[in-house]
Design a protein around this ligand. Structure first.
Ligand SMILES: Nc1nc2c(c(=O)[nH]1)N[C@H]1C(S)=C(S)[C@@H](COP(=O)(O)O)O[C@H]1N2
Ligand SMILES: [Mo]
Length: 415
C-alpha cells in the first residue's frame, strides 16, 4: 500500500496480478494533496484493456467517504438510483467583480429516469483513462456512458450571462469535504469536431455506475485529469463568474491542465540471469497532444543506485529505442461489454467501426520491449512518450502542477 502524505490510493491494476500493492482499504481518502514520492507499482502485462469498476485506483475526499455510505445514510445522501437528483440552477450570489448575474429560463431538477431518457436520444459512449494530476500512475480505464452536458443544460432554456459551469457532488455538512470543479461555457456547449464532449455518466463498462466509482452519476471530462470528473454529482450552477472555482486550483494545481501524454513503467523483477531476455512493459496515455510512440533507454547503473539529475549531460547522449505499442484488438467484442459495437463508441469510425486514432484519444494502452545481450551488472531502464508534435516527455510541459509526466525508471541486475 502506498501512502503519499495525505494522498492515499487503493488498488491499482497491480491488484490483478496480486503483485505490487496490498489489498484495498476502505476509509478516508484524500484527493487534495500532491504525491511527491515515486511511482506506484503497476505490474501485470496481462492487464485487461478495460479496468473493472472495483479495480480502479481510488481518489476521493470525504470522511466518511461517500462510497462507504449504506442503507438510510445513502438514502439521506440521495445516492441511490431512486433518490438521486441533479439540480441545475443559475448563480444568484452577487460578486463584486462580476457585473451581471447569470440567468436561465428555468432551473431544472433531473432524476435518474429522466437522465436515462435523455440518454436514449443523445447518449454517448467512450473509452477514457482516468488519471490523477498528482499521481504518477493511471488509475484505470473504462467504457463510460452518459449524456453530453450540453444536452442536459439545454433543458434550462434560454441562458444569459453564463460564462462558466460550476459543479460538485455529494459531500456531508463539513465544507472542507466539498470537492468541486468547473468548465467554461464554450467547453461545455461547443464541442469541436473530433473532440469528445464533457458528459454526465451513469454507466461504466456496460453496468450502472457503481457507488465506488461515483455513482449513480458522475461527471466525465474526457480531455482532463480526474479532478474535473466529479463523482456523486448532484449540483450544477451556471454562473457569470469568470474564475475557475476548482478545489484542485486551491492546491496549486493548474485547473485548465489537460490530460498529459505520458509513458509509464510496470514493476519488474530485480534480477535476471545472464543471457536471459529482459522484458520491459508499461502503459502509455494518449493525452491532449496525442501519442506518437514510446521509447526506452537502458544504461548501466551505479550501485547503490543514484538519481539522474535533470540537467545531467548524459541525458543528451541517451540512446532511446522505440518500444512496441499494443495494436488495436482484432476482436473488440472480447474487449467491450456484451452487445456494445465499436461503431457506437466515440473515437471510432461509425461506419467501419475502426479506431480513428491509436491509441484512442484520452485512452491508454500497454507497450512493451525486450532487452537482450546485457553483460552482468546493474542497469536502469527509463521510458518516455513522444507526442504527435514530436515533443518527448517530460516536455512540452514539465510542470508538475499541470499533470505528472516525469520520466520513470526501474532498476535491475543481470547476475
Ligand atoms: N466528489 C468527488 N469527486 C471526485 C473526487 C473527490 O474527492 N470527490 N476526486 C477527484 C480526483 S482528484 C480524481 S483523480 C478522480 C478519481 O476517480 P476514481 O476514484 O474513479 O479513480 O475523481 C475525482 N472526482
Ligand atoms: Mo486527482
Amino acid at each position: 500500500m502506498n501512502v503519499h502524505r495525505r494522498e492515499f490510493i487503493t488498488s491499482t491494476v497491480a491488484g490483478l496480478t496480486g503483485a505490487g500493492l496490498a489489498a484495498r482499504t476502505a476509509g478516508p481518502l484524500n484527493a487534495a494533496q500532491p504525491s511527491e514520492t515515486g511511482p506506484v507499482a503497476a505490474a501485470g502485462r496481462a492487464r485487461p484493456f478495460l479496468t473493472s469498476a472495483s479495480d480502479f485506483a481510488d481518489v476521493s475526499r470525504g470522511n466518511p467517504n461517500p462510497q462507504t455510505l449504506r442503507g438510510e445514510a445513502l438514502v439521506q445522501a440521495r445516492l441511490t438510483p431512486d433518490t438521486w437528483r441533479l439540480e441545475i440552477t443559475a448563480d444568484d450570489e452577487p460578486k463584486d467583480y462580476v457585473k451581471e448575474s447569470a440567468t436561465v429560463t428555468g432551473p431544472v431538477t433531473l432524476d435518474l429516469p429522466a437522465l436515462q431518457d435523455l440518454g436514449r436520444k443523445h447518449g454517448v459512449k467512450f473509452i477514457k483513462a482516468m488519471q490523477c494530476l498528482n499521481i504518477p500512475t493511471p488509475l484505470g480505464q473504462g467504457l463510460w456512458e452518459g449524456v453530453p452536458l450540453r444536452e442536459v443544460l439545454r433543458l434550462c432554456g434560454r441562458m444569459s450571462n453564463v460564462r462558466r459551469v460550476f459543479y460538485w457532488g455529494f459531500h456531508n455538512e463539513d465544507p472542507a469535504q466539498l470537492f468541486r470543479s468547473s468548465l467554461s461555457y464554450s467547453q461545455v456547449m461547443e464541442t469541436p469536431p473530433g473532440e469528445l464532449p464533457a458528459f454526465i455518466a451513469y454507466r461504466l463498462n456496460g453496468e450502472p455506475l457503481p457507488l465506488e466509482r461515483g455513482g449513480p452519476v458522475r461527471m466525465i471530462v474526457p480531455w482532463a485529469h480526474g479532478f474535473k470528473s466529479i463523482k456523486w454529482l448532484q449540483h450544477i450552477v451556471l454562473t457569470n463568474d469568470y474564475k475557475a472555482n476548482d478545489t484542485y486550483a486551491e492546491k496549486n494545481n493548474d485547473p485548465e491542465s489537460h490530460l498529459k501524454t505520458a509513458a509509464y513503467l510496470d514493476d519488474m523483477p530485480k534480477q535476471f540471469a545472464a543471457g536471459e531476455a529482459v522484458p520491459v512493459s508499461g502503459l502509455a496515455i494518449a493525452g491532449w497532444s496525442g501519442l506518437q510512440r514510446v521509447e526506452y533507454w537502458v544504461r548501466p547503473a551505479a550501485s547503490p543506485p543514484a538519481d539522474l539529475p535533470e540537467d545531467d549531460p548524459v541525458w543528451r547522449s541517451a540512446h532511446w529505442i522505440e518500444g512496441a505499442l499494443i495494436p488495436p484488438p482484432r476482436d473488440w467484442s472480447s474487449v467491450l461489454p456484451g452487445g456494445v459495437l465499436t461503431n457506437e463508441v466515440l473515437g471510432f469510425d461509425p461506419r467501419s467501426g475502426q479506431p480513428l486514432s491509436w491509441p484512442l484519444r484520452y485512452s491508454m494502452i500497454s507497450w512493451s520491449a525486450t532487452i537482450d545481450g546485457l553483460a552482468p551488472g546493474q542497469y536502469e531502464v527509463r521510458a518516455r512518450a513522444v507526442d504527435l508534435n514530436g515533443f518527448a516527455q517530460p516536455e512540452p510541459r514539465p510542470i508538475l502542477k499541470s499533470g505528472k509526466n516525469g520520466i520513470q525508471v526501474r532498476r535491475f541486475q543481470i547476475a
